[in-house]
Design a protein around this ligand. Structure first.
Ligand code: G3P
Ligand code: MG
Length: 249
């Protein structure tokens, strides 16, 4: 399997234009001609994989409390669009299964970020990959990533040959990222824009891994990163970045 990364990945769909991690955000990205999207997955209390970023419900829904303490039956009634704009009111939090259906229908590739609530690193990866394995067969256009090494380890155990991406957090950059990458057999290293230096990019390229950078919303940054050899940028605003860079590899 050869990972066929696009130049641009729509971050949480196209979250500058629609509420993040919703079906509408995925559809907006598709309408812009984006080839892949990045989505965050975590588990409800009853271990249903949903597409959601935060550990708590307040910021992007009309609910409150911890996702890990809320049953899917309650999550599915929440409203996840009005915080972004009145025209999006009534939008729901999608399950991973619902999101995958839209991705397949629109022929989109996926970077699924395993975003476990604390203590659920292994089970989140296992539950998400179980669902993925039932519907996804294009492994050249699938990347499973995480900041959590335990989640990547679980992904490696259940789906050894699927491509994995090691996410690096600029506030907590592990000096041993090469060892982690080796151990977790990662195809890519995904780094934050604020700590992306030319030296780090070249180091990753020398290490024979693809380099992805999040989150790039300024066309000038996108052009600079592309010149340095970065393979792919995550962006909230795919239309702005598409116009700025060469979109073919
Ligand atoms: O996967 C890239 C990026 O999404 C990581 O950060 O917080 O936006 O999930 P975050
Ligand atoms: Mg993410």
């Amino acid at each position: 399997m050869t990972l066929k990364l696009p130049r641009i990945i729509g971050h949480r769909g196209a979250c500058a234009y629609a509420p993040e991690n919703t079906l509408e955000s995925i559809l907006t990205a598709a309408e812009m001609g984006v080839e892949w999207v990045e989505l965050d997955v975590k588990l409800t209390k009853d271990e249903i994989p949903i597409i959601f970023h935060d550990d708590t419900l307040e910021r992007t829904t009309n609910g409150s409390g911890a996702v890990a303490e809320t049953l899917y039956e309650d999550i599915r009634h929440l409203e996840a669009g009005s915080w972004f704009g009145e025209s999006f009111s009534g939008i729901k939090i999608p399950t991973l299964e619902e999101a995958l259906e839209v991705l397949v229908d629109h022929n989109l590739g996926l970077n699924l970020e395993i975003k476990p609530c604390p203590g659920r690193e292994k089970v989140t990866a296992e539950a998400a990959l179980d669902i993925l394995s039932r519907v996804w067969d294009d492994h050249d256009r699938l990347l499973v990533s995480s900041f959590q090494h335990v989640s990547l380890e679980a992904a490696m155990d259940v789906a050894t040959d699927w491509h994995r991406g090691l996410l690096l957090d600029c506030d907590n950059l592990p000096p041993s990222w090469k060892d982690l990458c080796d151990y977790l057999q990662c195809s890519t290293v995904n780094i934050g824009l604020t700590c992306t230096t030319r030296e780090l990019v070249e180091d990753i390229i020398d290490y024979d891994k693809n380099v992805l950078v999040y989150t790039v919303n300024d066309p000038q940054d996108a052009r600079r990163l592309q010149a340095w050899g970065v393979d792919t940028v995550f962006t909230d605003a795919p239309d702005l970045i598409q116009d700025a860079i060469l979109t073919v590899h």
